[in-house]
Design a binder for this molecule. Structure first.
Ligand SMILES: Cc1cc2nc3c(=O)[nH]c(=O)nc-3n(C[C@H](O)[C@H](O)[C@H](O)COP(=O)(O)OP(=O)(O)OC[C@H]3O[C@@H](n4cnc5c(N)ncnc54)[C@H](O)[C@@H]3O)c2cc1C
Length: 355
């Protein structure tokens, strides 16, 4: 049993003070690694991790009472999505469905209706990997215990990264929502007792390099306030989130693609957004491939060139039946199909997608 205290933050400064106090203690020489305070939002990931001892903390600070749940469509066409807004409320918000169908579809492709009703936008960004080796306390894992090794590299790699991995970690980021946010170039507003700062989405999640225990660039004493998305109305008519997985419901992506096109009056691509999920330690946006699409006609050969560019540096992991080599052609075909579908037009989100 791991005893921990629970408190409900009365306001944001109170929550930040709790985090700051613990961050200060963690830097002290006698810091207890379990002496950490954690923010509790929907709890759908954090509590699961605490139950299996992957997260230990001495205090849970419940932030559900803080006024961070607004979903705002701004006058300029941009959006501000509160960190405590529920994933379901975000996906079904009329302005989000209309202006950001890519985001709405990506959220609805994840988890289950019950989980999306609890899960928050801030928590979604910080959910941990689903790598089986990370969850298995009997195997070493650099993400769980830095320096112990990564048997996943040569093990059952079906779920693992093909892009941007390192010798220290081949885990992937599991979120669907974040793939759309990467494609949309969102910005994450965070706050600590030191003040507020904005983190570009591309810089929010990290590649593993030699510090796979760090998923993000968020400091331990920082709270996510909201996610900002610039006006991107031009992509609303041609966007798609394609998720390929082991089963059609209630499963994490093997490969997913967020694709959006801005088609000009001459039918050519004025702008493109392209990001992949299930393939790397972070949502994988490729601005080089987006640039290749710009100015081109929306044709299969053009999409194939973009897919080749995205997967240029892809490296398969594992051997035999455990290998994830299949992910490379799968990702290539998924990119082409997502772009073809986006070119034909956004498939209206009926909200009937139950998983
Ligand atoms: C069975 C199952 C299936 C799932 N399938 C999918 C799927 O297919 N696709 C997908 O994308 N997701 C999936 N999920 C993950 C789910 O989307 C996440 O668990 C959820 O988004 C996390 O949000 P939360 O509010 O519950 O976070 P919590 O569990 O409360 O918190 C997660 C982490 O974020 C921190 N945190 C939360 N809010 C803030 C904040 N504002 N500022 C700073 N730190 C904060 C917490 O301290 C904690 O470390 C699945 C989950 C389950 C249980």
């Amino acid at each position: 049993m791991n005893p921990f205290a629970y408190s409900k933050a009365a306001n944001a400064p109170a929550a930040l003070a709790q985090l700051a106090a613990v961050a200060g203690r963690a830097s002290a020489a006698d810091a207890d690694p379990g002496a950490e305070a954690k923010l509790l939002a929907g709890g759908t990931n954090l509590l699961d991790l605490m139950k299996v001892n992957l997260v230990r903390c001495h205090r849970l600070v419940d932030i559900n009472g803080l006024p961070l749940d607004a979903i705002e469509a701004l006058p300029d066409g941009g959006f501000r999505l509160g960190a405590l807004a529920r994933n379901a409320d975000t996906a079904y918000h009329p302005a989000v469905r209309e202006g950001l169908p890519l985001l709405s579809s990506a959220i609805l492709a994840g988890a289950s209706p019950q989980i999306r009703n609890m899960a928050t936008n801030g928590g979604n960004l910080l959910q941990r990997t689903r790598c089986h080796y990370f969850y298995d306390a009997l195997t070493p894992c650099n993400k769980r215990e830095p320096g112990t090794g990564c048997p996943a590299r040569e093990g059952l790699a079906r779920q693992h990264a093909i892009l941007g991995s390192s010798e220290h970690c081949v885990a992937v980021h599991p979120s669907d929502m974040c793939v759309a946010l990467a494609a949309l170039g969102a910005v994450v507003r965070v706050r600590s007792t030191r003040g507020a700062r904005d983190i570009a989405f591309a810089d929010f999640h990290r590649l593993p390099e030699d510090r796979p225990e760090q998923d993000t660039t968020l400091a331990p004493d920082e709270l996510i306030e909201h996610i900002a998305i610039a006006p991107l109305r031009q992509y609303a008519a041609h966007s798609v989130y394609l998720k390929l997985r082991e089963r059609q419901s209630y499963a994490f992506a093997l490969v997913s693609v967020a694709a959006a096109l801005d088609l000009g009056p001459d039918g050519r691509i004025r702008g493109a957004r392209l990001a992949l999920g299930g393939v790397a330690h972070k949502p994988w946006r490729d601005i080089g491939a987006e640039a290749l699409l710009q100015g081109q006609p929306p044709q299969t050969a053009v999409f194939e060139r973009a897919a080749e560019a995205v997967l240029q540096g892809a490296v398969p992991r594992g051997r035999g039946v455990g290998s994830n080599a299949f992910k490379i052609p799968m990702a290539r075909r998924a990119i082409v199909r997502a772009l073809q579908t986006a070119a034909r037009g956004t498939v209206p989100n009926t909200g009937r997608n139950l998983a």
